[in-house]
Ligand binder design. Structure first.
Ligand code: NAI
Length: 335
């Protein structure tokens, strides 16, 4: 069976092709461009499409896919905020995702970002390469003894919280559905969103992007944070109002920002724009701050995560094509 893969990078191709060794009969058709209404006709003849975070599957796109004979949309990622699932269901499309490929990959990246930013490893690395062995401007702080606020204690947030406990941090957590047993077992305290903001030296986000979480950190809520707070976001860009974040950095209220996601990342992240004039002034402003560190949505990029993503995606494509149920908990449900 034919599967059209969109926004393909070299690692997607490598891991999806390698997953075939497991016995699947999938003919991958790799496209480097993204899937959206204006490119959806390229899926003609494919039973399934395989998409990533920046493909835009709105109603118009899904209508074209359904018309082209596509029955299944396999998201090779966890988040699905870029998909109009309701419209797809009306059109008889099925959606699967990979909800838990490696929470460790993402949690560890968020910690790596925080440590790099705080201990200024990125600046030190560049200096040493220029034979500048001075230490001026490289002062960080001990994480040990600091309060880290974890917003969202799902799969990734829990791994991150446990890592911070290992560092000797006090961990405060906030979640819509707290798991008190887990918290108690690890010496973690659940608290209100406001109390977490007020007390935490570091606030790290691990919630999905939903209407309720869009701009969770905005001018009002950022004003409630501890002065000098370090914000970490490896979840979704739109959890933070970038304009308010920049204002907080300019005023000095925010002490540091580490991001793997950005609200306007579509069309920028994952691309080599080194010869282009980037039009997004807020992104350029952000990366210009000495106390901001940005990676381009790479938290998932480990061998373990990519293997699992490819394996589950292939398995679901074959299962749905042969009338079987998808892998447990991978079907994206409406609402
Ligand atoms: P999860 O579904 O296991 O956990 C999310 C947690 O957020 C749940 O405990 C839920 O109760 C909580 N939550 C939902 N709405 C809330 C609200 N309004 N207030 C407080 N808590 C709320 O998700 P998981 O696997 O931990 O992933 C978290 C996010 O990380 C994903 O949604 C995705 O956006 C992002 N992600 C980023 C990656 C990257 O490469 N940067 C890779 C994978 C995921």
């Amino acid at each position: 069976m034919k599967v059209a893969v969109y926004d393909t990078k070299s690692y997607d191709r490598r891991f999806l092709e390698a997953s075939e060794a497991g016995g699947g009969k999938v003919e991958w058709v790799f496209h480097e461009f993204r899937l959206a209404a204006d490119t959806a006709r390229s899926a003609e003849g494919a039973e399934a499409v395989c998409v990533f975070v920046n493909d835009r599957l709105d109603r118009a796109c899904l209508e074209i896919l359904a018309e082209a004979g596509v029955r299944h949309v396999a998201l090779r990622c966890a988040g699905f905020n870029n998909v109009d699932v309701e419209a797809g269901a009306e059109l008889g499309l099925r959606f699967t995702r990979v909800p838990a490929y490696s929470p460790h990959a993402v949690a560890e990246h968020s910690v790596a970002l925080l440590l790099t930013l705080n201990r200024k490893i990125h600046r030190a690395y560049n200096r040493v390469r220029e034979q500048n062995f001075s230490l001026g401007g490289l002062v960080g702080f001990d994480l040990h003894g600091k309060t880290v606020g974890i917003i969202g204690t799902g799969k990734i947030g829990r791994v991150a919280a446990e890592i911070f406990i290992g560092f000797g941090c006090r961990v405060l957590a906030h979640d819509k559905y707290p798991d008190e047993d887990w918290a108690k077992a690890h010496g973690i305290d659940y608290t209100s969103f406001e109390a977490l903001l007020a007390e935490s030296h570091v606030v790290s986000l691990y919630v999905p992007l939903l209407p309720a979480t869009q701009y969770l950190l905005n001018a009002d809520t950022l004003a409630k944070t501890r002065s000098g707070v370090v914000i970490v976001n490896t979840s979704r860009g739109k959890l933070i109002d970038t304009t308010a974040l920049i204002d907080g950095l300019k005023s000095g209220r925010i002490g540091g920002v580490a991001l793997d996601v950005y609200e306007e990342e579509e069309g920028v992240f994952f691309e080599d724009l080194s010869d282009a004039v980037v039009q997004d002034d807020e992104l350029i402003r952000l990366i210009g701050f000495p106390n901001v560190l940005v990676t381009a949505h790479q938290a998932f990029l480990t061998t373990e995560a990519l293997s699992k993503i490819a394996e589950v995606t292939r398995e679901n494509i074959i299962r749905l094509a042969t009338g079987k149920k998808p892998v447990e908990e991978t079907e994206v449900q409406q609402g």
